[in-house]
Design a protein around this ligand. Structure first.
Ligand code: SAH
Length: 254
């Protein structure tokens, strides 16, 4: 038995709808990985940690307004239970108020022991839970879902595909979108001509250096046009490392 066999990425999901898991993650490559023990999933029914006979998990918002808020005491009991199952895993709450999820954070999580995910419903969580239980807040984008479950599935999917042995060699490729701060270049496959549209000539040239140069140029151009936010950050990082290299040269010269 090697080290790899002992490493199972353990997902724990705290939810009012445990039937939603593994859901789509029980299918295809993630599903096979699950069956093979490359990752595991456990759900925790938040309602099991309610303290009254009505099993209440929510209450009206302080200060008034629409909707209901998940109670801090109930959430805390559920989180404490999850931490006893998986003490090393970071606890992450899905919320549109959180830090936008990034491929860099997904990579960190995938390299770790697993993740415990708290799924909101209604208007969301009592704010005190985040500091009170050291919970990281993560958003999956500037959209509002009806619950944290699809967001949890999305985060888990992104982690699982990076686990060793879950996908083919192609999976963790450094050329993928976001890995170098850029969108990936576009892809084409046969037929060479489809409805009068052809595959760019260079991709059929067999000239690997030229193809690599074209792909790099397309990745940069598409990022600049489609995602000026990513492009600015990429340029900033590039200029900084260039000036860092200059400083080093100067140091060497003195
Ligand atoms: N009133 C909240 C939205 C609640 S939506 C607000 O305006 O910020 C109900 C639940 O869906 C949230 O508690 C959260 O768990 C989940 N959710 C909705 N949008 C999300 C997003 N963009 N990212 C992550 N989770 C989200």
């Amino acid at each position: 038995m090697g080290f790899a066999a002992a490493m199972t990425f353990a997902a724990t999901v705290l939810t009012l709808y445990p039937d939603m898991f593994p859901g789509p993650l029980g299918i295809s490559l993630a599903g096979r990985g699950l069956a093979e023990g490359k990752w595991s999933i456990e759900t925790v029914q938040i309602r099991d940690f309610a303290r009254d006979k009505h099993r209440t998990v929510d209450d009206t918002p302080a200060g008034g307004g629409a909707g209901m808020v998940l109670k801090a005491d109930v959430l805390a009991a559920a989180i404490d239970h999850a931490r006893s199952l998986s003490p090393e895993a970071p606890v992450i709450a899905m919320t549109p108020r959180g830090r936008p999820i990034s491929q860099a954070r997904v990579r960190e999580l995938a390299a770790g022991p697993g993740v415990t995910i708290l799924c909101g419903r209604f208007e969301g969580f009592d704010e005190r839970i985040f500091e009170g239980r050291n919970v990281e807040q993560v958003s999956v984008g500037d959209i509002v879902l009806s619950g944290g479950e699809p967001a949890a599935l999305m985060l888990l999917d992104a982690c699982i595909r990076l686990l060793p042995g879950v996908m083919g060699a192609a999976s963790s490729g450094a050329e993928e979108s976001f890995e170098d701060g850029l969108l990936e270049y576009p892809h084409y496959t046969r037929p060479t001509e489809w409805e009068g549209r052809t595959i760019p000539e260079v991709l059929r040239s067999g000239d690997h250096a030229k193809i690599a140069a074209w792909r790099k140029q397309k990745a940069e151009e598409d990022t600049r046009l489609r995602r000026p936010d990513l492009w600015e950050r990429h340029r900033g990082a590039r200029d900084q490392s260039a000036s860092g290299a200059r400083h080093k040269d100067e140091d060497l010269g003195s």
